[in-house]
Design a protein around this ligand. Structure first.
Ligand SMILES: O=C[C@H](O)COP(=O)(O)O
Length: 272
């Protein structure tokens, strides 16, 4: 049964392209995605669709989205904690806001692992995104060692505490949290719908405890890790899962559009 709180949280399907697609390929992919969704008469009020391309694609994506008046939104994969200055290679929040970005992914496990980002830095980035008028998608998740130890729930709730530190209850309510078990990213290993629900429910409870019950009711929590059309319906059926952060499958327009329309897909979770 769907609760009132769930009804108020519009599901979000976000496609993280990671380091794929040049700016020309980006235009083709966004156009194709828009056509497929238009063909299916997709209702963007029912499920929000966003794409998260590399920085170099953003201007082209902005131009096609604005020019064709698409309802697809877009965001960036990272943001600097600095406003401006001698920070070679970094991109500021104001630059992203100027490009019309709605979202900024912060603390993705690939940034935590390859760039040594910790919770404090992730929280600072989330605040920069908010200050510039964008919504952070704050990623948390455990590695296989922690999962095997059985401490994954505590690990993820602690990461939420640290990675949203300094945000007000209202800011947390408007933010997006993505639970991505690292062992399920790009591996084809997908967490079961119950695994996803266990951690997403615990994250929501932690938000209620640390910020407010209202923030917990409103914050959207996504699951990420090998989401495909074949498993999207079962994952999205979980009461505390409000969407998906999709990597590989977001590079194929038809597959990604099918995930965006998860409510049309059969729930195959009980099929061996
Ligand atoms: O940001 C997306 C996640 O890392 C999931 O990637 P994946 O769907 O390729 O496993």
């Amino acid at each position: 049964m769907t609760t009132m709180a769930q009804q108020q949280r519009v599901p979000l399907i976000a496609g993280n392209w990671k380091m794929n697609q040049n700016h020309q390929e980006a235009v083709v992919l966004v156009q194709k995605l828009s056509w497929v969704l238009q063909d299916k008469k997709h209702d963007y009020e029912r499920v929000e669709v966003t794409v998260v391309p590399p920085f170099t694609d953003l201007r082209s994506v902005q131009t096609i989205v604005d020019g064709d008046r698409m309802r697809i939104t877009y965001g960036a994969q990272d943001v600097s904690v600095h406003d401006a200055g001698a920070y070679t290679g970094e991109i500021s929040a104001s630059m992203l806001a100027k490009l019309g970005c709605s979202y900024v992914v912060v603390g993705h496990s690939e940034r935590r692992e390859y760039h040594g980002e910790d919770d404090a830095l992730v929280a600072a980035k989330a605040l920069k995104a908010i200050d510039a008028g964008m919504t952070p998608i704050v990623c948390v998740g455990e590695g296989l060692d922690i999962r095997n130890e059985g401490t994954h729930v505590a690990h993820c709730t602690q990461q939420v505490e640290g990675s949203l530190a300094g945000l007000s209850p209202d800011q947390v309510a408007e933010a997006v949290i993505a639970y991505e078990p690292v062992w399920a990213i790009g591996t084809g290993e997908v967490a079961t719908p119950e695994d996803a629900q266990e951690v997403c429910e615990a994250i929501r409870a932690q938000v209620a405890k640390t910020w407010s019950s209202q923030a917990a009711e409103r914050v959207r929590i996504l699951y990420g890790g090998s989401v495909k059309a074949a498993n999207a319906a079962a994952i999205m059926a979980q009461p505390d899962v409000d969407g998906a952060l999709v990597g590989g499958a977001s590079l194929q327009a038809e597959e990604f559009a099918a995930i965006c329309r998860f409510y049309d897909l059969p729930d195959l979770s009980g099929v061996a």
